[in-house]
Design a binder for this molecule. Structure first.
Ligand SMILES: *[C@@H]1O[C@H](CO)[C@@H](O)[C@H](O)[C@H]1NC(C)=O
Ligand SMILES: [Ca+2]
Length: 253
């Protein structure tokens, strides 16, 4: 697929064109982490990428995630599941979106835009209904929340962007002070290496540049030129996974 670079002034005016290829299949949501890729289709069937094919997993989920905390998901009733020995095990609580990209902790948001995380001692040990578990409730409200090694990034219902710093396995709430980041995004994902990509409400993809340990907020958004409207992104190991409005899937690098 060929993409044309359109010079377009947004945010800072920077833009990049990536080399993209269409992938077979059709998904509504995807998450890549630790070299694995999971996604769900419009019928809530769950898939993982194995070699060059999608392998269907048991169960039905509306959102699935993979990362240092394992493979987790939520279903259309907002019930939470963790994959344990190839089976989905119910985890207490209700979330609409979940992310396993943090340093062995889990994060997510519920149907009232409340933000939660689970410290690694609970997320890693969880295996059945008898396992002790505890969600931490962060201040504020978000519609999407994703974590990486340096920080957690979220967006709210007004598409404002926020960063939580100092998130660590034993204290996933971090410093509990949301840092507002300039810009507007409808969803955001942090890669296992800390790279941040998001999609705005017009279907444009942006990458956050300049993120380092000493500058966790980064410095600017760069527009990523992709043909057509996009609705979801996830990044891992140098590959950007994109879902377009029609559910088609692309990998870009
Ligand atoms: C989702 O995947 C299942 C299993 O491959 C398939 O039967 C179903 O048609 C897919 N749904 C959509 C909307 O593509
Ligand atoms: Ca993720």
């Amino acid at each position: 697929m060929k993409c044309y670079l359109i010079f377009f002034t947004v945010f800072t005016g920077s833009c990049v064109a990536l080399n993209c290829q269409q992938v077979d299949g059709n998904l509504k949501q995807i998450d890549a982490g630790l070299g694995q890729v999971f996604g769900v289709n419009a019928s809530n069937n769950v898939f993982t990428r194995y070699g060059n094919t999608w392998v269907q997993l048991p169960g039905e989920l509306k959102h699935v995630t993979v990362g240092p905390a394992g493979v987790w998901g939520v279903n259309t009733d907002n019930n939470i599941f963790k994959m344990v020995a190839g089976q989905w095990v119910n985890v207490p609580g209700l979330l609409v979106q979940i992310d396993a990209g943090g340093d062995e902790f889990i994060s997510g948001v519920n149907m009232f835009d409340k933000v939660f995380c689970m410290n690694s001692q609970y997320s890693m040990a969880y295996s059945n209904a008898q396992t002790l578990t505890q969600w931490e409730n962060l201040p504020g409200g978000l519609t999407y929340y994703s974590c990486g090694p340096i920080g957690c990034w979220g967006v709210n219902s007004a598409n404002q962007i926020f960063l939580m710093n100092n998130v660590i396995p034993t204290s996933c709430m971090g410093n509990q002070q949301w840092q507002n980041i300039q810009g507007s995004l409808a969803m955001i994902e942090v890669g296992t290496d800390g790279t941040v990509y998001g999609v705005d409400n017009t279907g444009k993809i942006f990458r956050r540049d300049g993120i380092t340990n000493s500058t966790p907020a980064g410095t600017q958004w760069t527009l990523v030129n992709i043909c057509g409207n996009c609705k979801h992104v996830s990044y891992d190991l140098g590959v950007l996974w994109i879902i377009k409005d029609d559910g088609s899937i692309m990998t870009c690098s």
